[in-house]
Design a protein around this ligand. Structure first.
Ligand SMILES: Nc1ncnc2c1ncn2[C@@H]1O[C@H](COP(=O)(O)OP(=O)(O)O)[C@@H](O)[C@H]1O
Ligand SMILES: [Mg+2]
Length: 546
């Protein structure tokens, strides 16, 4: 577009175009370049440049330019106050020179003007500023066509453009600093996570856990697949993270996928990603978790629930570290360590035909078994103390367990393992009104259900990870009908033991309630009807009534 139409109109169009460009861009550097070229095309400047100071050295450099060769641009560096650019930077006011060749402060650092045609060289420098803060300098020049009026008009236009550029630079600086802050927080968080999951921070004094730690240390350096087995809440995910952070992949991602949570198609797209439209609902293209875990570790939780069709694909990843996104032919290769976890009896699933035998062997390269908490009672007190410490800090309290409470924790069966203990401690810390928690303050389930593992339960625990978990979770408090009427799920001695405990609990409550049923019911958290019923069942009667 020629600059020969009405100058005001051209000015307004230029400002409009540049404003639009600077506010609607992701790539600021490119938008700044285009803005300078707009100054050339709409207003007829021969050259234009944006000069910005280095944040630390304060040296001012020509960062973006139009009409200068690369080597000319490279030569244009100024110290604060040097040349017209340095002066504008320092003073914050515009400088307009009708003929730069006559001006001693014009240094011609670019040496772009040696071959300039005869005639004046008008040169304008305006600050790029917001309020009083000068962020940089915008310069523009015309060869051979200067006039005072034009010079004034140019200075006005460039001043406005300088303001627009300042706004854009400021906005980007704000985004950059947010981004930097976000990155810093992420690094902090990752550091905390790495520290939390360091093996020294995992509690386990028992011989069995010491063995687990030894396995973690020995498998961490390699990429070998690990299969973590054990009941729910025994610490499988925690150990998976410990393996990750103890190995060479610690700084790379650790990605968790719960294989039980998603139906088949969704699980596959979660794992391998998909092309747009690969299936109904696949609106956007999506990277899979395997790609996200690239260079790091993928943790496949509840691996026993992977559908057969997905098992085939997973087998290929395990064998070749290759897969395709859903709906795509392109093969993706990844370097990922695979750690799987399950509380299912995989051997049985293989027998039943719901889990591929070849996949089982591929996963089972290094099995690590996490024993249920009841099989490593040495860990109960240290774990309870570890959680007390943590939750006291978190909730600003100073709660501790009295010896009789610790005794109960030691005797309890912990069907939910470490997670159950962790939850119990948190609840106790939050709810407790006094600083010492006694046996009587613990939840009823724990008071009524202390049960050392019978030898039978112990051996079942090692033979199959799945079975004891299932039994344990059915073992609700003794009051449940299942526990009373279905002794098949418990050995006879256990049922007897339970009944004795219940009777003892009931008798104690009745005694301290002076045998007033309603009061005993309140103590136990039962209904008076339940108390009456159980008194009959256990042949308990008030000593004062016939
Ligand atoms: N040895 C341990 N030391 C400290 N915390 C533990 C330990 N084992 C488990 N936990 C905690 O118990 C909870 C359950 O552990 P998790 O790894 O999720 O079990 P799983 O994956 O086997 O269900 C988590 O909050 C975990 O931090
Ligand atoms: Mg888990």
């Amino acid at each position: 577009m020629a600059p020969n139409r009405s100058p005001e109109k051209a000015e307004i169009s230029a400002i409009y175009e540049i404003g639009k460009m600077l506010t609607s861009t992701q790539n600021l550097t490119r938008a700044l370049g285009t803005s300078l070229r707009t100054l050339q095309s709409l207003l007829g400047f021969d050259r234009a440049a944006i000069h910005l100071p280095d944040a630390t050295t304060r040296e001012i450099r020509m960062e973006v330019s139009a009409g200068y060769a690369a080597e000319e641009r490279a030569r244009a560096t100024y110290v604060w106050g040097e040349g017209i650019v340095g002066k504008t930077m320092k003073s914050g006011g515009p400088v307009a020179i009708p003929d730069a060749r006559q001006e001693p402060s014009f240094l011609d650092k670019t040496r772009a003007h040696g071959k300039a045609p005869d005639g004046p060289l008008s040169y304008i420098a305006v600050p790029i500023k917001i309020g009083n803060e000068v962020l940089g300098v915008l310069t523009a020049e015309r060869v051979g066509r200067a006039g005072t009026q034009a010079l004034e008009g140019d200075t006005r236009t460039l001043t406005v453009v300088g303001c627009l550029i300042a706004q854009a630079l400021k906005a980007r600086a704000a985004i950059d600093s947010l981004h930097a802050e976000f990155q810093r927080q992420r690094r902090e968080l990752e550091k905390t996570i790495r520290k939390t999951y360091r093996i020294e921070n995992i509690v386990g004094q028992s011989k069995r856990m010491q063995e687990v730690f030894a396995s973690v240390t020995s498998v961490a350096p390699s990429r070998a697949t690990v299969l973590l087995r054990g009941e729910s809440g025994t610490g499988k995910e925690m150990i998976a993270r410990a393996i990750h952070v103890a190995g060479p992949r610690a700084e790379r991602p650790f990605v968790t996928v719960n294989c039980a949570a998603l139906p088949e198609t969704l699980l596959e797209s979660e794992l391998f990603g998909h092309k747009r439209g690969a299936f109904t609902g696949a609106v956007e293209e999506r990277k899979g978790r395997f790609e996200e875990a690239s260079g790091g570790t993928i943790f496949l939780d509840e691996a026993g629930d992977i559908p057969l069709a997905t098992q085939v694909k997973l087998l290929r990843v395990l064998q070749e570290r290759k897969f395709e996104r859903l709906g795509e032919n392109r093969t993706v290769s990844v370097d990922v360590r695979i750690i799987a976890a399950t509380n299912a009896d995989l051997e049985k699933l293989v027998e039943e035909g719901t889990f591929r035998e070849d996949l089982f062997y591929r996963l089972n390269v290094i099995p690590i078994y996490l024993p249920p908490l009841r099989d490593r009672r040495d860990d109960i007190i240290p774990l309870a103390e570890h959680f007390l410490d943590r939750f006291n800090k978190e909730h600003g309290k100073a709660v501790s367990f009295a010896p009789d409470a610790l005794d109960l924790l030691l005797e309890y069966r912990w069907p939910g393992n470490v997670r159950e203990l962790e939850n119990l401690v948190e609840r106790t810390v939050v709810m407790s009104k006094s600083s010492v928690v006694r046996a009587g303050d613990l939840p009823r389930a724990i008071r009524m259900f202390p049960l050392a593992a019978t030898p039978g339960a112990r051996s079942a625990g090692t033979a199959s990870a799945g079975a004891p978990a299932a039994t344990a979770s059915r073992d609700e408090p003794a009051a449940s009908p299942a526990a009373r009427t279905a002794p098949s799920s418990a050995t006879p001695s256990r049922a007897d033991h339970l009944r004795a405990l219940e009777k003892e609990e009931l008798r104690r409550a009745l005694e301290s309630a002076g045998w007033v049923i309603a009061r005993a019911a309140r103590l136990l958290g039962w209904t008076p009807r339940q108390v009456a019923y159980k008194m009959k069942k256990h042949a308990l009667a008030s000593p004062w009534k016939g």
